[in-house]
Design a protein around this ligand. Structure first.
Ligand SMILES: [Fe+2]
Length: 258
């Protein structure tokens, strides 16, 4: 086992639900925390790996661009994955920093990404009706100080309670579990924690994560919150902090009708 292994791992999850008709199936590929990896070769490798998973939907869960790095890597990656399947995206804290929010989301939109900012779409995938929603990272408050993030979040999705479809939320932050539990979503997809940087399989599920501190509870993996499924990607970038026993991760999720 290599301590510093930056080869990308593919983690696969299967979720079953009665909200989708029996035998119908949807595959989501989740990518988070690319951090605008500037190496063209690696960006192309990641989009090739996404293609090989044959996704129906691609979910980008924030920090695809980076606050201080050039956006070239992020833009190239987004261009590539938009050719594969519909791409749904939410911002992370990095896209909300240093005044580049508008520039980044506009560039992503131009390349075909559907930005979900306190909004949702009803879509049909492989004959199954689902709802996919998303929320800006709370750091957006630094550029929109008038915004009450929590209030807007609940307001945006309150009408979903009465809807029978399977509901998916993209939200960069894994630690906001208390809020997610109050929403109508069945599946929440997050990133941000980078797997807690240091992991010891079977012993330590992450040493440190932003906004969670030491020994983070939601560093990466699948969590169950009273019937809601929460999948936290360990992220796909290996910079700027080294990752120990914590390879970058691409996630596939199969949602299967019961
Ligand atoms: Fe983040």
């Amino acid at each position: 086992m290599k301590l510093l292994n930056n080869d990308i791992e593919i983690t696969k999850y299967k979720i079953s639900t009665r909200k989708i008709a029996p035998k119908k199936q949807i595959r989501i590929v989740l990518v988070s925390d690319l951090h605008s990896n500037p190496k063209d070769v690696r960006g192309k490798l990641i989009s090739k790996m996404v293609l090989e998973q044959k996704p129906d939907i691609i979910a980008l869960c924030g920090d695809i661009a980076d606050a201080i790095r050039p956006c070239t890597g992020a833009m190239q990656f987004v261009e590539e994955v938009c050719k594969i399947a519909p791409v749904y995206y939410v911002t992370g804290n990095h896209e909300c920093r240093f005044g580049r929010y508008n520039e980044i989301i506009e560039a992503f939109r131009l390349r075909g990404v559907a930005l979900l900012n306190n909004e949702y779409q009803k879509i049909q995938v492989n004959g199954a009706d689902i709802i996919i929603g998303g929320v800006d990272d709370p750091f957006v408050g630094s550029i929109k100080p008038e915004l009450d993030w929590e209030e807007e979040f609940f307001k945006a999705f309150s009408s979903l309670n009465a809807m029978p479809e399977y509901k998916i939320l993209l939200s960069h932050r894994p630690e906001l579990v208390a809020l997610y539990k109050k929403t109508p979503f069945d599946l929440i997809l997050s990133g941000h924690a980078h797997g807690g940087q240091v992991r010891i399989p079977g012993i330590l599920n992450g040493l440190y994560a932003p906004n969670q501190g030491l020994f983070p509870r939601y560093a990466g993996g699948l969590y169950n919150h009273g019937g809601k499924t929460h999948i936290v990607s360990r992220g796909i970038s290996y910079k700027p902090m080294p990752r120990i026993l914590n390879p970058p991760e691409l996630v596939t999720i199969d949602i299967i009708g019961e």
